[in-house]
Write a protein that binds this ligand. Structure first.
Ligand code: F6R
Length: 365
């Protein structure tokens, strides 16, 4: 079943070009049509005035990424909340807001209960982004987008996450279209970005030997920091979660601009700092954050784009991701942090597919 791979996690990381193409297929065939989200979407989506995303863990980070797309492309407000928090607070519900749950398994108890609670509070429009057909959460939702990642066996979520991002991106563009903010030319560009995505992800997978070469430097560490800005901040969070989950190294992620508000105090020669630094509008800001780290002796591990000017120097390691795909760059930049976590875990000899204390599907509180 594993084919040439050593673990399900590695296999599933490598299945991403296929999982993404399968998930994208309908969008490439029909464009960003309401019908992607189920039979009632043409009736419900035009009424949506805001979005509330509820999820746990990696799926929550997909939600955090989606907030950037929904607000910038659809031009409506989006808030994202951890399901286990939402379900126990006196929340404010606006019935014009679409509740979006994100769940690989479709059975996560906290997410399911958060959805039920949202309904009790008066929400009547719920969309499930889910990888398992007919599981509990999509069955309790008016609308559904099934990711086509195929079965995910490794406890650490990988291909489910990147395909969730595709579903959420499609939602942002579809809402933008319905609101008259995405014209035919823009829709074509977004479609084109999706079309190129599996190829870009394949290029990122080809970086595996370089990333593996970094893993020995991490294996002996107790702590690591991950930095990103904008759309890449949630990817930094995801990278830190993957690392702690499977390698048991304590890892935290911060938006790079937050460093000087506290975490910089942690940085010394023993602190590796992973930076997601694509060539976007925030690159210069990220570079100055990197100097702050270097000045305190922190060792930098930078994922940069091919076309940006970064040089390796003492304490600064650079891997270039092959191609920048604009608005979908967050998806491409997920691959290197997944591979890093995987190879560091291998170097530490942990049980990659079944990390201690964790279960694949969390159906208890
Ligand atoms: C992390 C991971 C978990 C899940 C979380 C939600 O690698 O797998 O954080 O993302 O338990 O699970 P689903 O998406 O099934 O609701």
């Amino acid at each position: 079943e594993l084919g040439p791979y050593s673990h399900f996690m590695q296999k599933e990381i490598h299945e991403q070009p296929k999982a993404l193409s399968d998930t994208i297929e309908a969008v490439l065939e029909n464009g960003f049509a309401a019908g992607l989200f189920g039979a009632r979407a043409a009736e419900l989506l035009p009424q949506v005035e805001g979005v509330k995303i509820l999820a746990c863990g990696t799926s929550y980070y997909a939600g955090l990424t989606a907030k950037y797309w929904i607000e910038s492309i659809a031009g409506i407000s989006c808030d994202v909340e951890i399901a286990s928090e939402y379900r126990y607070r006196d929340a404010f519900a606006n019935p014009k807001h679409l509740v979006v749950t994100i769940s690989q398994s479709g059975e996560t108890l906290d997410t399911m209960e958060a959805l039920k609670y949202a309904k009790e509070l008066g929400h009547s429009m719920a969309l499930s982004i889910c990888n398992v057909r007919e599981s509990a959460i999509p069955r309790a939702s008016e609308l559904v987008f099934y990711t086509r990642a195929g079965a995910e066996i490794g406890v650490a979520s990988t291909k489910a996450f990147t395909t969730q991002l595709v579903g959420l991106f499609a939602l942002a563009v579809t809402l933008g279209k319905l609101r008259g903010r995405v014209d035919a030319a823009a829709e074509h560009d977004y479609q084109e970005a999706l079309r190129q995505l599996p190829g870009s992800v394949q290029h990122a997978l080809n970086l595996e030997p370089q990333i593996k070469a970094w893993s020995d430097k991490f294996a002996a560490k107790q702590n690591a920091l991950f930095l990103g800005r904008g759309l890449h901040y949630p990817i930094a969070l995801e990278g830190a979660l993957k690392l702690k989950e499977i390698s048991y190294i304590h890892a935290e992620a911060y938006p790079a601009g937050e460093l000087k508000h506290g975490p910089l105090a942690l940085v010394d020669e023993s602190m590796p700092v992973v930076v997601i630094a694509p060539n976007d509008a925030l690159l210069e800001k990220v570079k100055s954050n990197m100097q702050e780290v270097r000045a305190r002796g922190g060792e930098l591990f930078v994922f940069a784009d091919l076309d940006s000017h970064f040089s390796e120097s003492d304490g600064v390691h650079v891997i270039r991701t092959p191609r920048h795909v604009g608005v979908l760059s967050a998806i491409v930049h997920t691959i290197p942090v997944q591979l890093l976590a995987y190879h560091v875990a291998l170097a530490r000899g942990t049980d990659v597919d079944k990390p201690r204390n964790l279960a694949k599907s969390v159906t208890v509180e």
